[in-house]
Design a protein around this ligand. Sequence first.
Ligand code: TRP
Length: 363
Amino acid sequence: MAGIDPWGSALVQDYLRLIKDFGLEPFDARMLNAFPEPSRQMRRGVAFAGQGLKDILGVMKSRKPFYVLTGIMPTSERLHFGNKLVIENVRYFQERGARTFVLVADLEAAVTRGVELEDARKRAMDFHIPAYIALGIDPEKTTFYFQSENDSVRNLAYLMSAHVTKNEFEAIYGSTEPGKVFASLTQVGDILYPQSIEKMPGVIPVGIDQSPHIRFSRDLARRTKGKFGFFLPSALYNKFTPSLDGGFKMSKSVPQHYVSIPEEPKSAGRKLLNAFTGGRNTIEEQKRLGGQPEKCVIFELYKQHLVEDDKELQKIYGDCRSGKLLCGEDKQHACRLMETFMAEFNRKLEKARKRVKHLAFAR
Ligand code: TRP
């Protein structure tokens, strides 16, 4: 079966179906209990699936070396909330001892999005890397690199090309355009690169759109076991942050339903006032029947991003269900939390910019 097109914007409606179709492991109660001090996303089902997570649990328990890796697409000077979820997952593993790798996918951006390498570099230095630091990545404990400068990554990608056929590639990506072939092999190079420094298991936190790359990397690691001896990379999958109108994924195409990071705090907050809530038709009905937080974009934003404390989240849930908390008041609250998040992000970004000058990049 052809996978999701990682460069497209196909809507994927049903997470359980994704688990089945892609042969993922659900992130279930057993997993939740197994992970030490599970993160907000793990506790709330935002991290909803994985691959090979037992391997990562094993090394975390026995305090053996392992790594976490993520890639930055330097297409615009903005992040989206899905990036924030990935970064927070990276931080979770970094704080638990993972060797941490953050790469700038400048080659991928060049061949799949037409971004000049120089522009990619400038953006990564001015914005993306400081933004990752602002969202909690510790630069002192992180290896950064650019795809275009890392010989080991590109050599690995080149060598891996001998182990895949056109048909296999087509089955995973639904296309064999040369640019996509290069970008995908380079991503396999990224994902396995830390193991060319030190053989160890690793985890790649991603949105579900990246699952073809994970599958490709695992297939290639398995197939070249005798030659390279790589551990199969593990993955942790996040749900999407929904669009403010209730759509499955927050997409840039409708600006009034999309909040980017950063955004002017007041404007970001204001957009939430028009979000879809699943509220009842009238206030009277809402008081009588209660709200429906399961359907509500505002509640999903609390859950994924805006409310850290579980008790506080539980209280909002209860007050909404009982009809005590009405949508108008609730949106005002969300609006203020969003404004605070944006203002804090901007402050941390400015601070992080000063640290980037001193970074060394792996080659
Ligand atoms: N393809 C990723 C994206 O579109 C970027 C990326 C490149 C990446 N190499 C990676 C992500 C390695 C995770 C791991 O965002």
